[in-house]
Design a protein around this ligand. Structure first.
Ligand code: SAH
Ligand code: SF4
Ligand code: F3S
Length: 442
């Protein structure tokens, strides 16, 4: 049988999709990309903002038509499944199965039921179940980068966010399992690992197992893993010990994603973020003291209920002072069950979008300046693949997580190459491999 998985949302969902692909391949099924030719289509969903939900429901409208013609089995997984629970069966009466993120280990069972003609909406009450966390996605030989889930869920309850409701409470995986998985990946040729979790730096906070900085130290000692990254960190859990790891662990890449969400203490308080702007700034300057060239990216929200022009000016100030390498900014979207959805002072959509456009314009110029400042520098690139834009170019990333495209050969794929940056663009860098004078290698 042929299956197709349509994926929405964050890296946690990407990785869950990898795990589901592995589960179905090991049942002897074949993965294809075309929903029209598939026997089974699974949609792995996200509900972080309203737009993500709208995209899902419009896709389901199209899939319903395909099902009518071909009898395709349709399954819904991920955060919308968990949010809607059994109600999804009424909203989408034509789907065959549905399971939340904590139940993806039951995918094989769900598919078997659907093939047998039974409709199944799996138990959504086990949102803290850790079985899904223990699935290891099979890794292809020759794969260069891999994600490793180290924890799931979130206990922070930021007032705007649906994640604690759809992903449940924080659960950390045993460090021994994580280290074993990374050692196995290293044997298969993986060179870069990204540790994943909604809040990775609170890993093992409430358990008697390795704290996060110690986990990083152990991974740093694994032969043939050359690069370590992690996402996402919360500023309040960014300890001095973790900051010290940058610059002292040779394989920990010089890049961090540290969402600040808002540049005003009043809004941060309403968001229930647990830090002040001063504390955030202090952590950024400690990171930069420790590791001069660290690339810093962040997330932020504009148009949160009650956000005044002055509050918004605080966000602009922060962005102009810190000069992030990149910023993911969003217009606030009210979410079901969240505290912020009940707050007064909702900001008209046009104003929120105006603020967003203003912020994005400023950030775009800053990102471009950062990228142009790389021109003339030689930097190490881990070559991942051929570039999509040119048949002669390969693509990879710097340790600071910037995309570099340059003229290359198939022998470079999977290797580390020193590249001179010749041009900085808004979203990527162009490089050139400088041949040693006279063609000798030293
Ligand atoms: N766990 C991560 C990211 C969670 S979701 C963290 O805590 O940083 C990714 C981003 O989506 C958030 O950082 C936030 O900027 C944005 N986001 C979350 N809920 C939102 C909402 N209701 N409206 C707009 N943006 C939102
Ligand atoms: Fe959402 Fe806040 Fe948890 Fe991040 S830390 S997932 S923004 S509740
Ligand atoms: Fe979306 Fe769920 Fe991730 S709501 S952002 S897919 S945790």
């Amino acid at each position: 049988m042929k299956f197709c998985i349509e994926n929405f949302g964050c890296q946690m969902n990407d990785h869950d999709t990898e795990k589901m692909v592995h589960l179905l391949l090991s049942k002897g099924m074949e993965r294809i990309q075309d929903v029209n030719r598939a026997d089974i289509v699974i949609v792995n969903t996200c509900c972080i903002r309203e737009k993500a939900e709208q995209k899902f429901y419009s896709l389901m409208g199209r899939l319903r038509k395909i099902k009518r013609k071909k009898g395709t089995i349709l399954g819904v997984t991920g955060c919308i499944a968990q949010q809607e629970k059994d109600g999804i069966g009424e909203k989408l009466p034509f789907i065959d199965f549905s399971l939340g993120p904590s139940s993806i280990h039951r995918l094989g069972e769900a598919v078997d039921c659907a093939i047998a003609g039974e409709r199944h909406l799996f138990d959504f009450s086990n949102n803290g179940c850790i079985d899904s966390l223990l699935i290891k996605p099979g890794t292809r030989r020759g794969k260069i980068k891999a994600y490793i889930t180290i924890m799931k869920g979130c206990n922070n309850f930021c007032s705007y966010c649906v994640v604690p409701y759809v992903r449940g409470r924080e659960v950390s995986r045993n460090s021994s399992d994580i280290l074993q998985e990374i050692e196995n990946l290293a044997l298969l040729g993986v060179k870069e690992v990204t540790l994943l979790g909604q809040n990775v730096n609170s890993y093992n906070k409430a358990r008697d197992d390795l704290p996060f900085p110690d986990l990083l130290r152990c991974i740093n000692d694994i032969d043939s893993i050359e690069r370590i990254r992690f996402i996402t960190s919360h500023p309040k859990d960014m300890s001095l010990e973790l900051i010290e790891c940058f610059g002292s662990l040779s394989k920990l890449c010089e890049s961090i994603h540290l969402p600040f969400q808002a540049g005003s203490d009043r809004i941060l308080k309403l968001m229930n973020r647990g830090y002040t702007i001063e504390e955030y700034r202090k952590k950024i300057s400690l990171l930069r003291e420790r590791c001069r060239d660290i690339a810093i990216t962040a997330d932020c929200i504009v148009g949160f209920p009650g956000e005044s022009e002055e509050d918004f000016a605080g966000t602009l100030n922060l962005v102009e002072d810190i000069r992030f390498d990149g910023l993911f900014s969003f217009a606030y979207s009210p979410r079901k069950n969240t505290v912020a959805a009940t707050l007064p002072g909702s900001i008209p959509r046009e104003i929120a979008l105006e603020r967003l456009a203003h912020l994005q314009k400023i950030q775009k110029a800053i990102t471009l300046e950062h990228n142009r400042a790389m021109e003339g520098k030689i930097t190490e690139v881990l070559v991942e693949d051929w570039s999509k834009n040119s048949k002669e170019e390969v693509t990879g990333r710097t340790r600071t997580n910037k995309i570099v495209n340059f003229k290359g050969s198939s022998g470079m794929l999977g290797g580390f190459i020193d590249v001179e940056i010749v041009k900085g663009y808004a979203n990527s860098l162009k490089g050139e491999v400088r041949k040693p004078i006279g063609g000798h290698t030293c």
